[in-house]
Unconditional design. Structure first.
Length: 407
């Protein structure tokens, strides 16, 4: 009997390749490499138990790729365009045969949607339906998607009224990994001129649980400010978020088992700089407080920086330092990580220039509370006593990696 998932993926790949033959826009992302651990064996990545993200340079333990195609189907007389877009994501973890399946990897169709864009009746807004990446906001150095409204559903996007842009989306699943179908409504207002070079955006999400009723429905709100001319053209972003019930994930749909007695707050700031053609980087600070039923409280703080200095047009010296800390009822967990990575970058010396080919060395250190938490909720991870470094509370990774994205 033919496996239905494999058949579906084959059909999607066939569709993407046939569309590509008709001059579609090919976009994607790739990271791949090989790494080892100082204790022997394959690289084992460092992430503090309970933290939503980790610092990624020299700390990614998988081959990962996204291959997408976008094709304009019809260009109408009013200037609007009907398009289709699809994307396949492939992941395989280090130390395993790259089958892109089972517990060590996957192959998923992560985008497949139709969009009618530049519609004059919507003041250049768009209508869309399907599965798509939608209004995603992330911090690059930690790969932290703190506000991500992606979903499988439909919406109306960026309708211009009174100088502002209004959007609404209805979705049933955030991504292919969400288990429970849940009604989610996302409302956005963008384009608010707050100050010279600064723009405000507001977002509200209502998450409706049709199975458990109103007490298990939740919501989240985000206020974000982007400043584009900091210190001569660099960018800074500040976001404040609050959520209740399944809205406590703040950026995505959370656990639908949670009622409204569960709350979360998050405040973050990240700064992108390129002060000269050869010196750039990114800095972040995140603080989050979670209240859970029964009075349990947890505080997460994350501070990190990745400076990049190019000693020539194609060769960079890249470093990354990050610290995560969680204060919980079982103690204060701590993890610090530092990476150094000489990097070849044939496209240029800037922070965002890709592709990059990196040689890297990473050293991490964590405390006893972090190890105990890993033993309880992340057995076998790098920080646990059953992981690559056993009872030690420090360890190193080394390897080579290529990263590339294109549009």
């Amino acid at each position: 009997m033919i496996n239905g998932k494999k058949l579906g993926l084959s059909a999607a790949l066939s569709m993407l390749s046939s569309v590509a033959a008709e001059a579609a826009e090919f976009n994607g992302y790739l990271r791949s490499g090989v790494g080892g651990a100082s204790s022997g064996g394959s690289q084992s990545c460092f992430q503090l138990p309970g933290a939503p993200s980790k610092y990624r340079l020299g700390n990614e333990c998988e081959q990962y790729g996204e291959l997408g195609l976008r094709q304009d189907l019809v260009s109408l007389d009013d200037g609007s365009v009907v398009s289709v877009e699809g994307m396949v994501a492939l992941l395989s973890r280090y130390g395993h045969k790259p089958t892109f399946a089972d517990d060590n990897g996957y192959a998923k169709v992560v985008q497949s949607y139709v969009e009618w864009s530049k519609v004059p009746a919507l003041n250049n807004g768009s209508l869309w339906a399907g599965r798509r990446f939608y209004k995603r906001n992330d911090i690059h150095i930690s790969d932290f998607y703190y506000w991500d409204q992606s979903g499988t559903g439909a919406g109306i996007e960026d309708v211009e009224l009174g100088g502002l842009k209004y959007s609404y989306a209805f979705s049933r699943k955030d991504s292919v990994f969400q288990k429970d179908y849940t009604n989610r409504h996302d409302f956005n207002i963008g384009g608010i001129d707050a100050n010279p070079g600064g723009e405000l955006e507001f977002g509200f999400s209502y998450i409706e649980d049709p199975k458990r009723g109103d007490s298990h429905s939740g919501w989240a709100v985000t206020v974000q400010h982007r400043q584009s001319d900091v210190l001569g053209g660099n960018a800074n972003t500040v976001a404040l978020q609050h959520g209740q019930g399944p809205g406590t994930n703040l950026g995505t749909t959370g656990d639908v088992e949670l009622d409204r007695s569960n709350r979360s707050w998050r405040l973050l700031d990240y700064f992108d700089w390129q002060v000269t053609s050869r010196f750039g980087g990114q800095f972040q600070v995140v603080t989050q407080r979670d209240y859970r039923e029964g009075g349990e409280k947890q505080d997460w703080v994350s501070v990190g920086v990745r400076p990049v200095y190019a000693i020539s047009d194609q060769f960079k010296l890249v470093a990354e330092v990050g610290h995560d800390q969680i204060e919980a009822s079982d103690g204060t967990r701590k993890l610090s990580k530092i990476t150094f990575a000489p990097t070849w970058s044939p496209k240029g010396p800037g922070f965002w220039d890709r592709p990059e080919v990196r040689l890297y060395y990473t050293y991490a250190k964590w405390n006893r509370a972090a190890q105990i938490a890993a033993d309880e909720i992340a057995e076998g991870s790098a920080l646990s006593s059953t992981g690559a470094f056993n009872s030690a509370r420090h360890g190193s990774n080394f390897g080579v990696q290529v990263e590339y994205w294109w549009e």
